[in-house]
Design a protein around this ligand. Sequence first.
Ligand SMILES: Cc1cc2nc3c(=O)[nH]c(=O)nc-3n(C[C@H](O)[C@H](O)[C@H](O)COP(=O)(O)OP(=O)(O)OC[C@H]3O[C@@H](n4cnc5c(N)ncnc54)[C@H](O)[C@@H]3O)c2cc1C
Length: 468
Amino acid sequence: MGSEPAPRERGLTLVGAGLAGSLLAILLSQRGWKVTVYERRGDPRIKGYESGRSINLALAERGRHALRAAGVEDAVMAQAVMMRGRLIHGLDGSLQLQRYGRDDSEVIWSVHRADLNIALLRAAERAGATIHFHRRLHTVDFDAGSARLIDDRDDQPHDIRFSTLIGSDGAGSALRGEMVRKAGIGERTEFLDHSYKELTIPPGADGGYRIEPNALHIWPRGHYMCIALPNDERTFTVTLFLPNHGRPGGDGAPGIDPSFASVRSGQEVRALFARDFPDALPLIPDLEQDWEQHPPGLLGTLYLDRWHLGGRAVVLGDAAHAMVPFHGQGMNCAFEDCVALADAMDAHPTLAQAFAAFEAERRPNAAAIQAMALENYIEMRDRVDDPRFLLQRDLERALQERHPHRFVPHYAMVTFMRIPYAVALERSEIQRTILEQATQGHDDLSAVDWSALDRIVHERLPVLEDAR
Ligand SMILES: Cc1cc2nc3c(=O)[nH]c(=O)nc-3n(C[C@H](O)[C@H](O)[C@H](O)COP(=O)(O)OP(=O)(O)OC[C@H]3O[C@@H](n4cnc5c(N)ncnc54)[C@H](O)[C@@H]3O)c2cc1C
C-alpha cells in the first residue's frame, strides 16, 4: 500500500482544520504539496468559533518553534499574554509566585484558541491550501481511495477521492476510527476519573484585568484545583478540575469530596467556591450560569500502536496521542508533530517511508509527554504548596546554577527546550531521585553535601544540548 513515490501535485487530503491541521496545511503548502482540508465545523471567520475544547492555551517553545517555521509566529505572539510562573492562591488568601524559569526569557504564553486557529486558517489559505468547511469525515474505503463526508447542516453526503489522508481530526478522530476498522491499529483510551468546567472572570469596572495578568493562577486543593489563564481581552478563563465521583471517608481512608457527583447545581458550586476558593468567588459574577450552561469536559489519554497505514493514511496531534492538559503541551506537541511530519516527507522518497519514520520518531516522545502530563496533575493540585516540594525546587535551582548544562529543571526541559520529550522524562526521573534523596529529612539546604552532589550530577547527567 502506497510504496510509490508521491508526486506533490497529486495532493494530500487533510481531515480536520483545528490547530494541527491548519498549521500542517501551511507547512505542506509551502513545500509545494497540493493540500485540501476538510473540516467538520463551519468557517469560524463567518459564524464565530464553536469549540468544545479549552478557550485558551499555554504556548511554549516547541509550539513557537513550529509557528516560526510556518512564518506565523509574529501574528500569534502579537495577541499572546505572558505568564511568568504559577501564582498560587492559598486558602487563607495568600499569594505566592513560583517563576517557571530564570527570568523573562523563560516564560509561557496564553493564547486564545479561536484567534490562533483563525490566524492559522488564513495563513494556510494564503500558502495555497483549499479548506472546505461543513465536511465531516464519515467513512473511508482505503483500497478504493474514496471517502464519504457529511454536511451536518443537511445530513447530505459528499463523496471524494483521495490519494493520501492525513488525520488531524482531534481526540475523537474519525480517520483513526476507520484505520482501526481496516487494520486494527491498537487503540486504547484511558479516561481520567476527573473532568473540568470552564468559567469566566470578566474585566474589572475600569476595563482592566481583575487579577495579575502575567501569571497562570492556581488554587491547589489536594485532589482538586482551579486554574486561570489570562486572555488578551482582559478576561481570564478559569478551569475547575474535580473528580467525577465522590467517596465518603472511613476505615482510615480519606473521603473524596467535592466531586461532580456532589456539586451539581449552581447553588452547590457557589457554596464550594465560598468554602474552597473564597478569593475567586467575587471575580466570577456569572458562576451559576457558567456552571449550568457548560457540560463537564472529559479528560483522557489515547494510546495508539500504529499511526499510519502504509502511505495511504497517517494521524497526528490529538488524533494520535490525546493527553490530559496538565503540562499544557497537547497543542505544543501537536505542532511539533507537524514539523516532524513535513520534515520526514522531505527526507524520504515515499510517503510510506516518511510516515514510518515520523511514527518511529514521535511515538515514544508522545508517550513520554502523556506520562509527564498525568504526573503533573498531582504536582499542580497537591504539591505546589507542600514545603518538601518547595525545598526540592530550591535545591533544583541551586543545582541548575552550579551545573547549568547538566542539571536543567524538569519544567524547563519540557517547556523552554526542544529536546525529545523522552529525554526530558528520562533525565527528570534521575533528577527527581537526586532531589528527593538530598532533601530527605531536611527543612532547609544548610546540611547539603555539595561536593557529593556535584559528583553525582557529573556521573549521572551528561551535558545536555538543545535540539537545533
Ligand atoms: C481543558 C484543556 C486545556 C488544554 N490546555 C492546553 C494548553 O494549555 N497547552 C497546550 O499545548 N495544549 C492544551 N490542550 C490540548 C490541546 O487542546 C490539544 O492538544 C490540541 O487542540 C490538539 O490539536 P489537534 O489539531 O490535534 O486537535 P483539535 O484542536 O481538537 O482539532 C481537531 C479538528 O478536527 C475537526 N474534526 C473533528 N472530527 C472531524 C471529522 N470527522 N471530519 C472533519 N473534521 C473533524 C474538529 O472540528 C477540529 O477543528 C488543552 C486541552 C484541554 C481539553
